[in-house]
Design a protein around this ligand. Structure first.
Ligand SMILES: Nc1nc2c(ncn2[C@@H]2O[C@H](COP(=O)(O)OP(=O)(O)OP(=O)(O)O)[C@@H](O)[C@H]2O)c(=O)[nH]1
Ligand SMILES: Nc1nc2c(ncn2[C@@H]2O[C@H](COP(=O)(O)OP(=O)(O)OP(=O)(O)O)[C@@H](O)[C@H]2O)c(=O)[nH]1
Ligand SMILES: [Mg+2]
Ligand SMILES: [Mg+2]
Lengths: 287, 287
């Protein structure tokens, strides 16, 4: 096992189990534990406590170094007079996009900002009605598809036009769930993002947030990589962290792709949205 | 693919007449890594590896069979053994003994409401999600597409009372099957787990199906155990298999509960439901 005391090996074996069952993935676990073995030997750490603390510190360092300034990855804000800040929310089916938008809209409203929601899921049953309910809860206007309007990009266009005309502070775009393997839906998303660019001399949305459920396994890394390559992702939202899942994929995504985690969802109510805290997160991961 | 990674093993085994721990040790490690990468739960993987080792080590290399191929065949057989030999059908009550009742349960966003519509034949759907915005409307819209009836009642009555009344309506309306859609819930939410037990007690389902997202990581084993211990399941539906996730969650679900996956979801449209085929899933997981 690369040399080291019996205690070190026993502790590393236990930690390997903890990290694997937290969904860090074998490759990430191997590299993290290799570094931990080296650090522990260099610092002559032998107790399980000290070695675990060393692990947590190094995981937090990864999340801070790769995940944004001081680990506090704020949401982008457009300068005054430059039109609305635009946040496009994407992700696989059922991850929590629509609910996160409801919570985020409420947060912006509490900061005194005006918010417009774009209901660009023109496919799924009752998707628009769901977003409208959240719009009412958050006190945000909602632009919905016109009767028979199937084009998600078309709805986005209408929302941007209204947002610019009414000088709204923030436009949040809800999109339908989509798997990164669906080429047609990927094309649809690129169109939506392109529409935003039409209203601001070609520059894209201020945020493209990829929403991922905490219980997802290694596929989360593939999703992040694919969407990042295809449309550009500015940050991650990890939802359902109020459950037992620990979202270990975050470590791989942040380390390998340098994507910051901006927000976390911890429940189904309007207040269940928090900023990402790397220290608390690692505490939950390693225990 | 795993088969390619096993080339080393195959070369080692060529010219030998017995599979020993020495000559398959490396291969077993490779299989373990691959299954963890496919999101199979750690404990389930370790049990599988132990079973494979027991069968393979000491076994004579069959004349005329490539030893590496024989080894892969053992892995594949152990996998399918866990996943059941044949497709398992939906429970069906004898004619004249009232409607067959199917209860759907699972985490948030797994695909329960969509699955309810997919399972519909001569069915009454009962809308028992009293929490999610527009949940009832979603089920009604899906049902409307396939001309199936939905029983709804005032949300204030609560899930248990709605389920009870839905069952009465089914008996009076001579429906031959009732499918009960419930709200997504986390296993550590005691109040909601109790609600689910109460819905089950009130409706005595012939099938209680756990709906699980195929992308679920290590947590698949925990959530299955929790739902099975707390409520009792008779089978599962694995959704979103139209993506590129390998779906190791399938193995975890079946291994932990001892119950079969009965159906798989292969898309968002209502016709995208197929019976579960163990061998197909085994190949997919092994990659
Ligand atoms: N427990 C918990 N549930 C959540 C959280 N975020 C969302 N949900 C629930 O997850 C389910 C799916 O949420 P949606 O907002 O509809 O997800 P979506 O990504 O918009 O889904 P699609 O549009 O169908 O792809 C709902 O039942 C939400 O209430 C969270 O942080 N914790
Ligand atoms: N690609 C794909 N999407 C699916 C499949 N099954 C369901 N979905 C989608 O997954 C999302 C969640 O489905 P729902 O039926 O709302 O899930 P749910 O379990 O009822 O969610 P809650 O009631 O909020 O707990 C929707 O966007 C569905 O269209 C599937 O097999 N493949
Ligand atoms: Mg949505
Ligand atoms: Mg539902």
């Amino acid at each position: 096992l690369g040399g080291g005391s019996k205690d070190l090996n026993a502790t590393l074996a236990q930690l390997e189990e903890v990290l694997i069952t937290s969904d860090l993935g074998v490759d990430t676990v191997d590299s993290v534990l290799a570094d931990l073995r080296a650090d522990a030997k260099a610092a002559r750490l032998t107790s399980r406590e000290d070695i675990t603390t060393c692990l947590k510190d190094s995981l937090v360092r990864i999340l801070l170094r790769r995940g944004g300034q001081d680990g506090v990855a704020d949401l982008a804000v457009r300068a005054k007079g430059e039109g609305p800040t635009v946040v496009v929310v994407i992700g696989a089916n059922g991850m929590g996009k629509t609910t996160t938008i409801g919570k985020l809209a409420t947060r912006y409203r509490r900061e005194g900002k005006t918010v417009l929601l774009a209901a660009c899921d023109t496919f799924r049953a009752a998707a628009v009605a769901q977003l409208q309910t959240w719009g009412e809860r958050a006190d945000a206007a909602v632009v919905v598809p016109k009767t028979g309007q199937k084009s998600a990009a078309g709805v986005c266009y209408d929302a941007m036009a209204q947002g610019v005309r009414d000088d709204v502070d923030v436009v949040i775009v809800d999109t339908s769930g989509r798997l990164h393997t669906n080429i047609n839906l990927m094309g649809e998303l690129k169109k939506i993002v392109g529409v935003v660019g039409k209203f601001r001399d070609g520059s894209g949305p201020d945020e493209v947030l990829l929403v991922v459920d905490a219980s997802i396994g290694r596929n989360a890394v593939t999703q992040a990589r694919t969407w990042s390559d295809e449309v550009g992702v500015s940050g991650l939202v990890v939802t359902k962290l109020d459950g037992t899942a620990r979202a270990g994929f975050v470590v791989s995504v942040v380390d390998e792709l340098g994507l910051p985690v901006k927000l976390i969802g911890v429940g189904e109510s309007v207040d269940d949205l928090r900023d990402f805290d790397p220290v608390l997160f690692v505490e939950g991961l390693v225990g | 693919s795993l088969a390619e990674k096993m080339d080393q093993t195959v070369r080692k085994l060529r010219g030998t007449d017995k599979i020993t721990e020495a000559n398959i040790g490396g291969a077993l490690k490779e299989v373990r890594r691959s299954m963890l990468d496919a999101d199979v739960n750690l404990r389930v993987v370790d049990q599988l590896i132990a079973d494979v080792r027991e069968r393979a080590v000491g076994s004579q290399v069959v004349a005329g069979v490539e030893p590496g191929q024989q080894f892969i065949k053992i892995i594949y057989e152990e996998l399918t053994r866990v996943m059941g030999k044949d497709a398992a059908p939906l429970a069906r009550r004898a004619a004249g003994s009232g409607p067959t009742v199917v209860l759907l349960a699972g985490l948030q966003g797994a695909g329960k409401t969509t699955a309810a519509a997919k399972l519909a034949l001569y069915v009454l759907l009962v809308a028992c999600d009293v929490y999610r915005p527009a949940a009832v409307e979603q089920l009604q819209t899906l049902a409307g597409m396939i001309d199936v009836d939905v029983f709804t009642a005032d949300l204030e009555l609560g899930a248990v009372e709605i389920a009870r009344r839905g069952l009465t309506a089914a008996e009076e309306g001579k429906y031959d099957t009732v499918i009960i859609d419930t709200a997504g819930r986390q296993v550590i939410n005691d109040k909601l787990m109790r609600e689910l037990r109460d819905v089950k007690a009130a409706t005595r389902p012939d099938d209680t199906l756990l709906v699980v997202d195929a992308m679920t990581g290590q947590e698949a084993a925990n959530l299955t155990r929790a739902f099975n211990d707390s409520v009792g399941i008779t089978g599962a539906i694995l959704t979103k298999l139209d993506g590129d996730t390998r779906g190791g969650a399938a193995l975890s679900v079946q291994s932990v509960s001892g119950k079969p996956i009965k159906f798989v979801g292969t898309g968002e449209k209502v016709e995208k439901l197929e019976p579960f085929f163990p061998e197909r899933m085994a190949s997919r997981i092994l990659g």
